[in-house]
Design a protein around this ligand. Structure first.
Ligand code: FAD
Length: 404
């Protein structure tokens, strides 16, 4: 079986490529999109938080028509938020205004897939890609039927453990500090202290060694509640389940909201928080990597939905130009770098700074957070290093020795 384009994976990245490409190409291209899940997009493994279009236009100023591009129809928004609160290990709270919303990510993901189908693409759920060699891709459908396709172009949108990235040699070997292990509950019947307009982030050894834990409102009574940890920062018998349990039961502020609430659903996952891959196009196999498969994530916060949307859209356009005008597929890489690389670099710089001060130690995080205010945190959530932090950087080693 021959197809023009094979899309592997239908999370936000693959579903964006599918919808845009199918719309642009109509019947000009045969598009096959596969996902190993029986219902692509579900279960939703995500906090679902998105900055508002205005915030996105500031964060990614090089995305054309950013305000329009990042606008979602209200049916895909479960709630709007207007603040982010950072909680230090010793409960200092720093709040900053930040307009955002929580997506109905599963519903939006399904909508994108439906657009793809409407414009003629073939979508096969319960279909796992198991091999890629000499221009042929092998997949297994419903755990039994083995099929081979010969695509002209392959889109690897198969997430953080992308096999397409490995098979094409585009994957870069990464140390485990570049991954956050996460666990999240959807919790309902929250306590009276719950504020559905406030996104809360908690720092500290007990709640999120090397990362942060969160309460992201979904509506007046329900929130995504999660914790992230990084392996090099784990001490003793700490793990991600304990971190989440501590947030719910031990943290003096969070427990007032969460202790006694009901868990509706639990998921776990891994978020790549290293820099994006340097090479995201394999010219030999005509493959491009999109989304988590290419580590296109805002590494300071673990935000991957907006980059997936941008990269997915650029990928669709690049494929069309390649087919129609023979513009090399590397155009995809130049375009996403033009629109997002600056932000990825700033975010990674912030993450490295966080690593330097914390190394999982509460005393250091507390010392630095005591010196930060709302405007500094506003810089952080916009992927900018606050001036105080830049000033402290050259003395960090000495400071760290004094603080510990
Ligand atoms: C708990 C958690 C909370 C998060 N919170 C946020 C947040 O609040 N805001 C934000 O912006 N980002 C958040 N992220 C990050 C965000 O979810 C990801 O960056 C985003 O999902 C990346 O989309 P993707 O399409 O690249 O990958 P994925 O969503 O992982 O999709 C990959 C798809 O590929 C399929 N697949 C994998 N291998 C194969 C195969 N061999 N064959 C066929 N199909 C395959 C999978 O089934 C899956 O559907 C969070 C992540 C986690 C885990």
């Amino acid at each position: 079986m021959d197809v023009d384009v094979l899309i592997v994976g239908l999370g936000p990245a693959g579903a964006t490529v599918l919808a845009k490409l199918a719309q642009l190409a109509g019947s000009e291209l045969s598009i096959l999109a596969v996902d190993q899940r029986s219902q692509p997009g579900f279960p939703v493994q995500c906090g679902e938080f998105m900055p508002s279009p205005e915030e996105m236009a500031t964060l990614m100023p090089d995305v054309p028509d950013a305000l329009q591009f990042f606008s979602f129809d209200e049916q895909f928004i479960s709630t709007h938020t207007d603040r982010i609160s950072f909680f230090s290990p010793k409960r200092k709270v720093i709040q900053t205004p930040f307009q955002g919303y929580t997506l109905h990510r599963g519903k939006w993901n399904t909508h994108l897939i439906e657009i793809g189908k409407k414009y003629g693409a073939e979508v096969r759920p319960s279909t796992c890609v198991v091999g890629m060699k000499n221009g042929k891709v092998t997949f297994v459908q419903n755990d039994s039927k083995r099929t081979q396709v010969t695509p002209r172009i392959v889109v690897g949108a198969d997430g953080v453990s992308s096999r397409i990235a490995k098979w094409t040699g585009l994957a870069e070997k990464r140390p485990n500090k570049h991954f956050v292990i996460v666990k999240q509950h959807v919790m309902t019947d929250l306590g009276t202290d719950y504020d559905p307009t406030d996104v809360q982030m908690f720092f500290g050894e007990k709640y999120a060694p090397g990362a942060y834990s969160w309460i992201i409102p979904k509506n007046d009574n329900t929130a995504n509640v999660g914790a992230g940890v990084r392996l090099p920062m784990l001490k003793d018998d700490m793990n991600v389940s304990k971190a989440l349990s501590n947030l719910i039961n031990v943290h003096s502020t969070a427990s007032r909201i969460l202790n006694g609430a009901h868990i509706k659903q639990t998921i776990a996952g891994v978020v790549p928080v290293g820099p994006p891959y340097q090479h995201t196009v394999d010219l030999k196999s005509h493959t491009i990597l999109v989304g988590d498969a290419a580590c296109q994530v805002v590494s300071s916060v673990g935000g991957g939905i907006p980059p997936s949307m941008v990269a997915g859209s650029i990928a669709a356009n690049a494929i069309i130009r390649f087919i129609r005008k023979k513009v090399p597929l590397t155009d995809y890489q130049s375009q996403w770098q033009l629109q997002m690389l600056k932000m990825f670099k700033s975010a990674f710089k912030l993450r490295q700074f966080f690593d330097k001060i914390s190394m999982g130690r509460d005393s250091r995080i507390q010392w630095y957070m005591n010196r930060l205010n709302s405007s500094d945190i506003n810089n952080v959530v916009h992927c900018n290093v606050p001036w105080k932090v830049s000033l402290a950087m050259p003395f960090m080693r000495v400071l760290n020795r004094i603080i510990t």
